[in-house]
Write a protein of this length. Structure first.
Lengths: 466, 275
């Protein structure tokens, strides 16, 4: 029994240790609260001289602290990297807190409405719009007095500032990470003389990277083994056909298709959407039979295995393509999605309404999206949102996708997330469910668009959005 | 001559062992593979090359050591405190008759029936007021309250198993009630307490939802929250790293299973024959 007593004592002391360790900062983070002198960094051949926001950061925030919330992963890493330089210039301490994908939205929403610990949030655009509608965010125009004189908001990629940063005509956030779907294609096959000759013989046309839906269908058909035994590759086209991803396939198509109007009305039941869905159903014939099961990992794995000629995907695919085990490394070209109306994703960063250090939070938000500081995030997969940065130093050459990415971002027409405050996720679910019903042959196109329209309308009206 | 019986039980045993052990084998071997060996067809059932790179990376870059310690300290704290409270309460419910005893026991278990999600927002608001958000103490309190009902019920049933004669003899020998509890009853229900410990420890160690809501910082996050943060949208799932983290996370469960097996058997049997 004495032994049990001794065991309990030891473990109880563990309890105390565990208790005392809660909630505090790590030793490392406590140490870092002292601002340190950092060397002027050089990125992509550009010396980043303006990391003090044109002199508006001068150590005046010493002793203050802000907390910034975002998703775990590259966003967090990129913010932490920039925070080091911000701390050195401002004297303040920045704590970046991150939450796993899939749970971050609820967690941040809960804090914004209840505990108010976050001073700034970096989140997908649709979420930022919801927060703005709920009154959780500060208007950034209110900080003009303390703004960097070289802020230059016109430098953001055209339409990005409006789409990513504004809600109801007012600026609530700065764009942080641009995102758009692109066409990845097998350059080696498109440039193969034998393949080109064979294509010309069979179709009477020159083989070229498609720029329209019709061209894409034609090329995809020729390069699908089940339709053409001479095809050098199994499938003409691939993308993520699984639920949560499939709506992008028809939303990428050209035409006047829209989902939600600017005044939050469902507008999906239109001829443009129907035409886009017709293209999607035609493309289905040139995809693997398990297409509707393919998510990010599965679809990318098939493409890097060399099974498909073309793939519509988010830019992150480049990591799989460039992997040492990839069978298509250095064999891939990039283009704007056929029809030139790619869907957009994207992330913005904003100051929260309950922040007690809102001016400092604003300076941080401004800093991480500033012309010089945003080059600090590029190596963490956060591509530039300022068009001038694509022209600086070796930025454009650092990533073979960049010319097309910039072009796609300029041409992007609508967000992949249904951009209605509070209910974006529910509306996305409706779009996905109906798209899956169509892809799986449970209903035709007319019924799909009609169902979408009806359900979106009902959801929007029950949310009583003004 | 008797016909030899077909060893059906042996086949079933092998089959179930395989079903239960294969995922563990797959996790451990995946942890030792490089990315190019993982998503391949046909799959490498026996890794062609073994590397510990995933373990090194997960510990060095993904803060896994911190998460592991947090999980361990929270789970051990929860287990010890739950055990102490539950053994006192269980002893009380078993040994003493008082008005409302049955109702109290029913109320205790009723708490367990309410989905834990319901408590989440109230916890969040209360802990925010008490400055217990993002604190291991706060999470330990939640885990203790969540585990106590079942622990009390189980412990009461284990004390019920003890014959009344033991208590009467101890009283005749002059033991106080606490001495009876501490010197006589407690050592006799150790197998039962071990079962409770395992249930409580694993429930706390594996819990995800509450930890996700109540913790913010890397210095307080637990293993399940930390591991889930390794999956990023629009990036390839790091299967090797996840498997390495999973393998590390399995260690306490393995140690528990190996060291407490005989108690578990005794404890489960003791609970089962209660009538």
């Amino acid at each position: 029994m004495k032994k049990i007593g001794l065991f309990c004592t030891v473990l109880l002391s563990l309890v105390v240790i565990s208790g005392c360790g809660g909630g505090g900062e790590t030793k490392e983070s406590a140490k870092s609260s002292e601002p340190v002198e950092l060397k002027t960094p050089e990125k992509f051949g550009v010396k980043l001289e303006n990391l003090d926001a044109s002199g508006t950061l001068d150590g005046q925030y010493k002793g203050k602290k802000i907390t910034v919330a975002t998703r775990t992963g590259d966003h967090e890493t990129a913010l932490k990297e920039a925070a080091k330089y911000f701390e050195a210039a401002s004297g303040a301490k920045v704590e970046v807190q991150s939450f796993p994908a899939g749970n971050d939205e609820e967690k941040i929403q809960l804090d914004l409405s209840t505990s108010h610990t976050f001073d700034a949030v970096l989140m997908p655009v649709a979420n930022i719009h919801s927060y703005a509608a709920s009154g959780y965010l500060k208007k950034l125009d209110d900080y003009k007095k303390v703004a960097d004189p070289e802020l230059d908001t016109d430098d953001f990629i055209p339409s990005i500032l409006d789409l990513y940063g504004k809600y109801d005509g007012k600026l609530y956030a700065f764009p942080y990470k641009p995102d758009t779907q692109m066409l990845f294609y097998r350059k080696d096959i498109f440039e193969d003389e034998k393949v080109k000759t064979a294509y010309k013989e069979k179709t009477g046309k020159d083989l070229a990277v498609p720029t329209t839906n019709e061209e894409m269908i034609e090329v995809a058909k020729y390069f699908t083994k089940s339709k053409n035994a001479d095809s050098p590759i199994d499938y003409g086209y691939i993308s993520m056909g699984s639920t949560t991803n499939s709506r992008a396939i028809w939303m990428n198509r050209e035409g006047e298709q829209t989902v939600i109007s600017k005044d939050n009305q469902a507008t999906v039941d239109n001829d443009g959407t129907k035409k886009a869905m017709e293209t999607m159903m035609e493309l289905k014939n040139y995809t693997p039979k398990e297409w509707t099961q393919l998510g990010w990992d599965e679809a990318n794995a098939m493409f890097v295995e060399g099974k498909a000629l073309m793939m519509e995907q988010w830019p992150g695919l480049i990591n799989s393509i460039n992997d040492d085990k990839s069978k298509i490394k250095d064999k891939v070209g990039f283009a704007v999605t056929p029809g030139s109306s790619p869907v957009l994703g994207g992330w913005s960063i904003a100051v929260t309404n309950h922040s007690e250090e809102d001016e400092l939070a604003y300076k941080f938000v401004e800093f991480v999206t500033s012309k010089d500081a945003e080059l600090l995030k590029v190596e963490h997969t956060m591509d530039p949102v300022r068009q001038s940065n694509y022209e600086r130093g070796e930025v454009m050459d650092s990533n073979s996708m960049y010319p097309v990415l910039l072009d796609s971002l300029t041409k992007g027409k609508q967000l992949v997330d249904a951009d209605v405050p509070y209910i974006s996720a529910q509306l996305n679910d409706i779009l996905e469910d109906e798209t899956q019903n169509l892809l799986n042959g449970k209903q035709d196109i007319d019924k799909t668009t009609a169902n979408m329209q009806k359900k979106l309308k009902k959801e929007i009206s029950s949310a009583e959005i003004e | 001559m008797k016909k030899k019986k077909f060893p059906v039980s042996l086949i079933l045993l092998v089959l179930f062992t395989f079903i239960f052990l294969f995922p563990i084998y797959w996790t451990i071997t995946t942890a030792m593979k490089q990315p190019g060996q993982i998503m391949v067809i046909p799959p490498e059932f026996i890794p062609s090359k073994i590397s510990l790179q995933n373990f090194r990376q997960v510990i060095a870059e993904n803060n896994m050591g911190q998460f592991f310690w947090n999980s361990l300290s929270i789970s051990i704290s929860t287990t010890i405190i739950t055990l102490i409270i539950a053994s006192f309460a269980g002893y009380g419910f078993s040994r003493f008759n008082f008005r409302g005893k049955k109702l109290s026991l029913l109320l205790v278990i009723a708490v367990r029936m309410i989905p834990s999600l319901i408590y989440m927002i109230p916890y969040y608001i209360i802990f925010n007021q008490l400055h217990l958000l993002d604190s291991k103490v706060g999470l330990t309190i939640v885990y203790i309250t969540a585990n106590l009902p079942l622990a009390i019920w189980l412990s009461a049933s284990f004390f019920d198993e003890l014959p009344d004669e033991i208590f009467e003899s101890a009283k005749i020998d002059g033991c106080t009630e606490f001495q009876i509890y501490w010197r006589i009853a407690l050592p006799l229900v150790v197998p039962g307490l071990v079962v409770i410990s395992i249930l409580v420890f694993l429930a706390s160690y594996n819990e995800f939802g509450t930890a996700l809501v109540l913790l913010f910082n890397d210095s307080t996050k637990t293993l399940p929250v930390g591991i889930s943060g390794m999956v990023q949208l629009q990036k390839d799932t790091p299967f090797g790293l996840l498997a390495a983290a999973g393998t590390i996370a399995m260690i306490p469960a393995f140690i528990l299973a190996l060291t407490t097996q005989k108690y578990v058997q005794k404890g489960i049997t003791a609970g089962a024959v209660k009538g």
